[in-house]
Design a protein. Structure first.
Length: 724
């Protein structure tokens, strides 16, 4: 029996079955997002927001990941992924899982719609309108909708129109009133008109909405005079939106502008229709639009659930999370708002969104205005069109400072915005660098060089998230500010690595403290995992804690398996995709994986190694990073893994942030070996520990200034081990 078990374990260790499929794992994550729609601990409209997010997530997944697999199938590619599934097999399983997810989304919408109605928030059909509401809508239609509509005939003289990605359209089977030949009419829904139109108040406290497509349906005769409607259906198109860049493109910027235009005309991957669509109209649309049979998905309910977020209105704040205002680090206030003085005194770690992104903005603005600052170097991956960081960089350049902006124009779905801000920066005199063609620059680094006396001092910001003020109110991320000279030199080497080469060299800069992809990050991670395994074999204390968004890389996963087989207790907090199977006897029995899905989107990356003592301890090796453990992050991106060495910041990351994540009971899911997740169910919801609430209530250690550091609550003690 033992021999049989050993043979099975050995076979599993060499089998692709030791990995879970990336795409199916992502769908499982999006199901956890959807599950929050049914979580009665959340306010009603926040549950609606989770439904909207799950729908938006699925749109992006189909535009990129599913579309890519479909293209592989069309190209005849049969090479399996690391889990052993061929592209065709993945497509088949994705389609089944997606259909189940879509059906569950529709069911949740039906439930929420009833609960919203009980709160006097109504989404009406055209038949439910009062006479006065219909009259009001007619005026609204003529003034606000009719001018932007373009009804289109489809007949031998008028080919089927192009429907853009995520575009909605109404198809109408029309008969002539005069007895002439009928035709099909197409009415594309305008992109800049709200999907849900709010009707004038009729009763105090009541809110009534109607969908744009239903409003248009009421007045089709004004769009197609002389014709009568026989049948009608709503349909939506999802197109392939990934971008392939020619490796040897002569002009990267020009290439991207061309590709962005092509994206709008990408191949159809989904043709979504209401199940009530008549067969004749459905077949006509499918044929004319050039869709394949496999592309068509019928919905028993509403299309375009991502736009349900429009129903979350400010009138009903009682049905949303209580507002939260991020704290500003007290230590910077005590320095009169002088970021440089505060950073010189001691490293600061700002924990977003619980602490304000304004610290990051103030750091750059102060650098721009300070006459002693001689140079600023900044990476920009995702930001906003009116970014205060970009405005500060422009101000600094216009005042004569040496400013370099490393703009990543390959940030998916933000390419166009990044092209515009790059041109704005260049016009102001900023030295704009676009990075490598084949490698995204994903590291979040800001370097300020300041003249102090006869010397130059570097102030560096390393982040786990983007320089994006909106995301910083939703995403949990970390911002390290330091005047450590070695970290400053490493940051400068990272910038020079990207700006000085057309493509990454085989031998990069010698780094003093940080690790960098694509050069040393993977190898250094593996060395530290192996060191914990070696310690376990010697009977010494050991352990690994890590937090990330996704765990996919097969080589790193195998090293974690080896460490587990050596007896290393490993606890992973992985929000999204996880291709590792935890808790498998003989393979990963000392590995536990949990996922946290709650009010804020977990986004920070942290990794902790015991380093000879039981976690948590002052001797542990602690790092923050911009990189998930995925092949693209470790081999095809410029990323940074930054050590946390200041004792206060070290305690903040390890004993406060990581321990709180490990101990969360209210928003946590435990991963099983088969890839399924079970929600943690606390014995007492009222006293259960919730990480996000803890961070909202308790200031971070490094930002407290002269305030006394208090011990963490007893429930935040953690003794390590294999379980979260």
């Amino acid at each position: 029996m033992a021999d049989g078990t050993t043979r099975t374990q050995k076979a599993l260790k060499a089998s692709p079955d030791r990995f879970l499929n990336r795409e199916l794992s992502w769908l499982e994550f999006n199901r956890r997002v959807l599950e929050e729609t049914a979580n009665k601990a959340h306010p009603l409209l926040e549950r609606l927001r989770f439904l909207s997010i799950s729908a938006s997530n699925l749109d992006e997944f189909e535009m990129v990941r599913y579309a890519g697999l479909r293209e592989q199938v069309r190209a005849g590619i049969v090479k399996p992924s690391q889990d052993g599934l061929k592209p065709s097999e993945q497509v088949e399983q994705i389609e089944k899982a997606s259909l189940r997810l879509i059906a569950d989304q529709q069911e949740q919408w039906r439930i929420l719609k009833e609960e919203m109605a009980a709160e006097n928030i109504h989404v009406l059909s055209a038949a439910a309108l009062t006479k006065k509401e219909r009259t009001d809508l007619e005026t609204y239609f003529r003034n606000n909708i009719f001018p932007v509509l373009t009804p289109l005939a489809v007949d031998p003289a008028h080919p089927f129109p192009f429907i853009p990605n995520l575009g909605f359209s109404i198809a109408v089977d029309l008969a002539s009133r005069s007895g002439g030949e009928g035709h099909v009419g197409i009415v594309p829904l305008p992109a800049f008109v709200r999907r849900f139109i709010r009707l004038p108040k009729t009763t105090k406290g009541h809110m009534r909405f109607i969908a744009l497509e239903d409003v248009i349906g009421l007045f089709l005769e004004e769009l197609f005079p002389g014709f009568v409607e026989k049948d009608r259906c709503l349909f939506r198109v999802v197109r392939d939106s990934d971008i392939d860049i020619e490796e040897e493109a002569e002009d990267l910027i020009r290439e991207f502008e061309v590709m962005l235009k092509q994206r709008r005309r990408g191949r159809i991957v989904r043709l979504r229709m209401q199940s009530s669509a008549p067969d004749k109209l459905r077949e006509f649309i499918t044929h004319e639009i050039g869709a394949e049979q496999a592309d068509t998905v019928l919905y028993d309910g509403i299309l375009g659930m991502a736009q349900l977020s429009e129903l979350i209105v400010d009138d009903r704040l009682d049905l949303q999370f209580p507002p939260y205002e991020p704290r500003y680090p007290e230590r910077i206030r005590e320095m009169g708002g002088d970021c440089f003085a505060a950073i010189r005194a001691k490293d600061i770690l700002v924990h977003h969104p619980f602490e304000s992104f304004d610290v990051v903005v103030q750091f750059i603005r102060q650098a721009a205005a300070d006459p002693q600052v001689v140079a600023i170097k900044q990476t920009l991956y995702r930001t906003t069109s009116n970014s205060p960081v970009v405005a500060a960089l422009i101000e600094a350049a216009e005042s004569g400072k040496n400013v370099t902006a490393l703009v990543e124009i390959k940030a998916r779905f933000d390419e166009e915005a990044n092209l515009r801000l790059a041109r704005d920066l260049e016009r102001a005199g900023v030295q704009v660098v676009y990075g490598f063609i084949e490698y995204k620059t994903h590291a979040k680094v800001s370097l300020v060089v300041r003249r102090e006396g006869t010397e130059l001092r570097s102030y560096t910001h390393f982040g786990t998230g983007n320089y994006h003020p909106i995301n910083a109110r939703i995403y949990t991320d970390l911002s390290l500010f330091t005047a450590d000279a070695a970290l400053g030199r490493d940051a400068n080497r990272l910038f020079n690595f990207v700006t000085a080469y057309r493509e990454p060299p085989d031998v990069g800069p010698v780094l003093e403290k940080i690790s960098m992809s694509p050069l040393t990050l993977r190898s250094n991670l593996i060395k530290m995992i192996e060191a914990e395994a070696a310690a376990s074999r010697k009977g010494q204390p050991c352990g690994i804690w890590a937090k990330m968004n996704s765990l996919v890389d097969g080589e790193v996963i195998d090293k974690l398996y080896e460490a587990s087989q050596a007896g290393v207790p490993i606890t992973l907090v992985v929000r999204g995709i996880c291709c590792l199977r935890p808790g498998v006897p003989g393979l990963s029995e000392t590995i536990a994986v949990k996922s946290i899905v709650g009010r804020f989107l977990e986004h920070s990356r942290i990794v902790c190694f015991a380093n000879g003592e039981t976690l948590p301890s002052p001797n542990a090796k602690v790092f923050i990073s911009s990189a998930d453990w995925m092949p693209r992050n470790l081999t095809r991106r410029v990323e940074a893994l930054v050590p946390i060495e200041n004792p206060t910041v070290h305690r903040q990351v390890l004993n406060q942030i990581m321990v709180a994540n490990l101990n969360d009971e209210t928003q946590s899911w435990i991963m099983e070996a088969d890839g399924d997740y079970r929600r943690v169910k606390p014995e007492n919801r009222e006293t259960a520990f919730e990480a996000h609430q803890y961070f909202m209530d308790n200031p971070s250690l490094s930002g407290r200034g002269s305030a006394l550091e208090v011990s963490l609550p007893p429930r935040l003690s953690h003794k390590g081990g294999k379980s979260a």
